[in-house]
Design a protein around this ligand. Structure first.
Ligand SMILES: [Zn+2]
Length: 277
């Protein structure tokens, strides 16, 4: 039986979280242009972040959220050490890559332009002798991953697909307030587009390598086998979480948080994740 909250949530503009957005169609909206199905995270859904423990009950399609063996996010620990395995190389992160800036319904987001089904024009990285393509980024607030019990104020996800159009890897960077402006976030308008605002800014050219530079070139990281952090919780995603935190200014962080709403899935038990293996 549908609960009242489910009925209400069906009527609200919810979005598909994290990475899996390849099979969905954007809702029509009178104030914004139609968006290519592969270019948006914003779709109506039944699930909500504040009851992520119950996602497995909502739909038979979400069973993996309850039964999966490599679910994300997980708590990371300093005594796990850092990884040398599967090191990503950001050789194809070209500056002036163009796309659109928007809000995925939970926080700022960006999608690079590419023709449907064509990935090799996107910024790319090398991992285990495979080329993976970055379709875009989005921000979660607070962070999905804790480290040593600490949760950062937000987390940046760089989503990567393989050449066949399958989600394969996420580069995760924790975000916290520090002293100076982050040059990465300084590339985007201030304040960011609000989570209730469905507009977008088209034809923005950005440098995806900038966030990598701001975490010591991603030289230290944890890696594990995980999943999407939203339904259907599909597995087979390799996660990389940077050891370094990307620091924004206080103003930038307040702007980011002001444009975001709660979007962290409850941490999952470590099972077959092969952390740093
Ligand atoms: Zn995400």
């Amino acid at each position: 039986m549908l609960t009242l909250s489910l009925l209400l949530s069906a009527l609200l503009p919810q979005v598909l979280g994290c990475a899996d957005h390849s099979n969905y169609h954007a809702p029509l909206h009178s104030k914004r242009q139609a968006i290519n199905a592969s270019d948006t995270l914003r779709i109506p859904t039944f699930w909500q972040y504040d009851n992520s423990q119950d996602w497995g009950k909502i739909s038979p399609n979400y069973t993996l959220c309850q039964t999966g063996t490599q679910q994300s996010p997980i708590a990371l620990l300093f005594n796990q050490g850092l990884s040398q395995a599967h090191r990503p190389y950001f050789t194809g992160y070209t500056a002036n890559s163009t796309g659109k800036y928007y809000n995925w319904g939970y926080g700022p987001a960006f999608t690079f332009y590419h023709d449907e089904g064509v990935y090799d024009t996107l910024p790319s990285m090398q991992m285990d002798n495979e080329t993976l393509y970055m379709t875009g980024w989005h921000v979660h607030a607070p962070a999905d991953h804790t480290v040593g019990g600490d949760r950062s104020k937000a987390e940046l996800h760089y989503v990567h697909y393989d050449a066949t159009g399958r989600e394969r890897a996420v580069i995760a960077i924790r975000l916290d307030p520090g002293q100076d402006d982050s040059p990465f976030f300084a590339q985007f308008p201030s304040p960011p587009i609000h989570f209730n605002d469905t507009s977008s800014i088209e034809n923005m050219a950005i440098d995806p390598l900038q966030a990598i530079r701001e975490v010591a070139d991603f030289s230290n990281f944890w890696t594990y086998q995980g999943s999407l952090t939203s339904p259907p919780c599909k597995e087979g995603i390799r996660w990389f979480v940077a050891r370094n935190i990307l620091f924004t200014s206080v103003k930038q962080m307040q702007d980011l948080l002001g444009a975001s709403t709660f979007s962290a899935r409850a941490e999952q038990e470590v099972w077959l994740h092969q952390v740093n293996v």
